[in-house]
Design a protein around this ligand. Structure first.
Ligand SMILES: Nc1ncnc2c1ncn2[C@@H]1O[C@H](COP(=O)(O)OP(=O)(O)OP(=O)(O)O)[C@@H](O)[C@H]1O
Length: 271
């Protein structure tokens, strides 16, 4: 693994009125890894994503992406830097086809000017061919051939999640932010999602930063996990170590005493 982090967060804090949504959070995401944020509801995970996407402004702290300070980049400049994201609630053009959604997603990579587009100059034709090639590569990778010309609105929820993933990949990101990729999926679809994430990392070399609640998926695909609670970092390390960390168990289930009292009735029921 390369020694330079792709994404670096230092002492990030965000305050919304009286709520300290993110409290002095620091972490590095290394190139090629799958790094996952976990934590109970309201822990601050989505706020961290919104800081990286530049939707929110940090109250204090710094973000760097590929050695560049992110704090000064406007929200519309983030994708062009090589950061793509999916959302907890899918955000696609419902009345367009899968292919059209992917072509729109790809469009931000285009470097051709309006004039050259109007005149359909050779560089525009080249860019068009390259766009098609990339979109078809993503369709093949995520096995979407069957849905290429289908309207998004008519697709099952699980397929729409994969289309959203595909659209993010069409921008050829270096960092992919996945906000709860398993939300709304059944067990089988969640298993498929784990394979897609592993394929994306292996075949495209894309670094993944994910927020996820499903611990099965987290354990399967993550290299490292950062657990948060009430805005602050609780634990950082390999998935199994973080999940068994007493502070993490307590944050999810209440105090250690609460956990013990939850267990007792079941033990008694067994005797
Ligand atoms: N725009 C906002 N204005 C005010 N408070 C906010 C805003 N966004 C988030 N918060 C608050 O910040 C805290 C952290 O919220 P956040 O959505 O980041 O948590 P989360 O860990 O992503 O939770 P979940 O797992 O439920 O999505 C919560 O108390 C939330 O109410």
């Amino acid at each position: 693994m390369n020694a330079q982090p792709l994404l670096s967060a230092r002492h990030l804090s965000v305050r919304f009125g009286g709520v300290l949504a993110v409290n002095d959070v620091s972490f590095d995401v290394m190139p090629g890894e799958v790094f996952t944020l976990i934590g109970p509801n309201g822990a601050g995970k989505t706020t961290v994503f919104n800081l990286i996407s530049r939707i929110y402004e940090a109250t204090t702290g710094e973000l760097q992406f590929a050695g560049r300070r992110l704090n000064d980049v406007p929200p519309h400049g983030v994708a062009a830097l090589g950061i793509a994201r999916t959302f907890q609630n899918i955000e696609l053009f419902e009345h367009a086809t899968v292919l059209q959604n992917l072509l729109i997603g790809r469009h931000i990579r285009r470097r051709t000017s309006v004039w050259s587009e109007m005149l359909f100059l050779p560089q525009v034709r080249r860019a068009e061919r390259e766009t098609r090639r990339k979109v078809e590569e993503v369709i093949d990778l995520l096995d979407l051939q069957h849905y290429r010309d289908a309207q998004v609105a008519g697709l099952p929820y699980g397929v729409r999640k994969v289309v959203e993933l595909a659209r993010a990949l069409c921008t050829e990101p270096r960092l992919l932010l996945l906000d709860e990729p398993s939300s709304g999926l059944n067990v089988e679809e969640t298993g498929d999602m784990a394979f897609w994430i592993q394929d994306i990392r292996r075949d495209l070399g894309v670094t993944v930063l994910m927020v996820e609640h499903d611990m099965g998926l987290v354990s399967k695909v993550s290299d490292r996990v950062l657990a948060m609670n009430q805005g602050a970092v609780l634990a950082l390390g390999e998935p199994a170590a973080v999940q068994s960390d007493p502070a993490v168990v307590e944050a999810y289930l209440g105090t250690v005493d609460d956990v013990a009292s939850l267990r007792r009735p079941r033990m008694e029921a067994m005797v």
